[in-house]
Design a protein around this ligand. Sequence first.
Ligand code: NDP
Length: 298
Amino acid sequence: MSATIIDGKAFAAEVRAKVATHVAKLAEQGIKPGLAVVIVGDDPASQVYVRSKGKQTVEAGMESFEHKLPADTAEADLLALVDRLNKDPAVNGILVQLPLPEHLNEDLVINAIDPAKDVDGFHISNVGLLATGQKAMVPCTPLGCLMLLRDHFGSLSGKTAVVVGRSNIVGKPMAQLLLRDSCTVTIAHSRTKDIEDVVRGADIVIAAVGRAEMVTGEWLKPGAVVIDVGINRLPPVEEGAKGRLVGDVDFASASAVAGAITPVPGGVGPMTIACLLANTLTATCRANGLDEPEGLTA
Ligand code: NDP
């Protein structure tokens, strides 16, 4: 069997276009969504993400506010900025780029964000709302995976799903979303026994592990739908070259067994920023008492 490739790049472009259309409608009512991104320090990967987020925010017709703070910023100063952004009516979404430098308490900073503006969905209130099936801001990467799955299957009801990875950012919220869509969900992690057998029982496999090409075709039930969240750079084959980007799934062997699979790059990655824009739009609609955009929320 040769798997259908789930084109996250194309789907993300559709999501961004939908967002831009809604934003244009809001403009007619004098409303312009604003996303504030706060970055502390000069981690090169984070700088790239933040630049890309800013660019795509503007392309969607939204206002982008970038706050670059030095690596030695005091916690009190960061909290004061978050407080100002919470109170600023031009700001509908706030994202503090993680990881923060070690001297800053990430939980404290994230939980200082107004939950209604928490477009990353990491605030403890949003975690609780999601877990209890209430209206929450949903973390962008799992939301992107959910959109791809809904698009592929229509309804997810009754499917068995295995999420490999139990991080707060991906694995746990992913499992909650699948549960909400009436999947039978198992969460696997580094202590799971006979993990291959666990994964082999699933109609849907989400790999969010951070281990290059760990999940192989032998782990999969024929026809399973595989969503590969992993982004890993392999060592370069020659000096000076860049290593290849691969996921947590061994694409070659998995695509011979799976029914459908996301590639890396071009699968889940582009969905993450698209969902950040969708979340900013959702937060803006909620803040203004307007209907939420259809198909862009969980
Ligand atoms: P974390 O490191 O926070 O979590 C990894 C999880 O994988 C943990 O729960 C860990 O288990 C589990 N794990 C580690 N090794 C094994 C193993 N050998 N067998 C089974 N489970 C294992 O990672 P994240 O969730 O933040 O990210 C996961 C991947 O997704 C990374 O590659 C990351 O780069 C990528 N990512 C991609 C995004 C995108 O936009 N596409 C966004 C966010 C992340 P335990 O808890 O037991 O230690």
